[in-house]
Design a protein around this ligand. Structure first.
Ligand code: GRF
Length: 201
């Protein structure tokens, strides 16, 4: 696969994917890290790692204009698989359908619970005892595509969104490379380590 990683911010999941790829966790080539936000911190991280980068600004642009430029950037890199990693722009059904089965996302909850934004606050408000993260195929329905894998962490008494987010992020960094490996033809995985229960189907 020729893999593009789409980011909007810090890019810690992107960094983990690049390093896991280099460690042989999944095949193919990471051909592009693309941000829809100018100056996203993750772009510097990608550059330091020697991965080609691009910025396609979404701010103030129509969905059609933005997605046309995004398509062009992905075509120019000859990408055929896309990982969304903290990419904060919702893609239209028309765009998503072109990538069906070839685009995955990581979401910081145990789907189907808590879709959309501020999901850590949603989990705390709901009083669940577990939270976690999900890697799923992207479909036209927000955060509702087929699940590839999930990792669970405890939600502790006194958790704030920040402490829970940090715990979930550690689980994300374990899950995402294994889920990408599975999406690209690798084996199912189950592991329980460091307070993280992880299952990739
Ligand atoms: C992650 O928590 C991801 O689940 C959410 O946005 C965050 C991105 O973090 N969609 P990073 O940019 O990968 O550090």
């Amino acid at each position: 696969a020729r893999i593009a990683i789409l980011i909007s911010g810090r890019g810690s999941n992107m960094e983990v994917l690049v390093k896991a790829h280099r460690a042989g966790v999944f095949p193919g080539e990471i051909v592009l890290v693309l941000s829809n936000k100018e100056g996203a911190a993750g772009l510097d991280v990608a550059e330091e790692l020697g991965v080609p980068t691009a910025t396609v600004p979404s701010k103030g642009r129509s969905r059609d204009a933005f997605e046309a430029d995004l398509s062009n950037a992905l075509s120019a890199a000859e990408a055929d698989f896309v990982c969304l990693a903290g990419f904060m722009r919702v893609l239209t059904p028309g765009f998503v359908s072109k990538w069906e089965g070839r685009m995955v996302n990581i979401h910081p909850s145990l789907l189907p619970s808590f879709i959309g934004l501020h999901v850590q606050e949603q989990a705390i408000a709901a009083g669940t005892a577990l939270s976690g993260c999900t890697v799923h195929y992207v479909t036209a329905d927000l955060d509702a595509g087929p699940i590839i894998g999930q990792a669970a962490v405890p939600l502790l008494a006194g958790d704030a969104a920040e402490t829970l987010s940090a715990r979930i992020q550690k689980a994300e960094h374990r899950l995402y490379p294994l889920a990408v490996a599975r999406a690209l033809g690798g084996e199912p995985t189950v592991l329980a380590e460091d307070g993280v229960l992880l299952s990739v189907r």
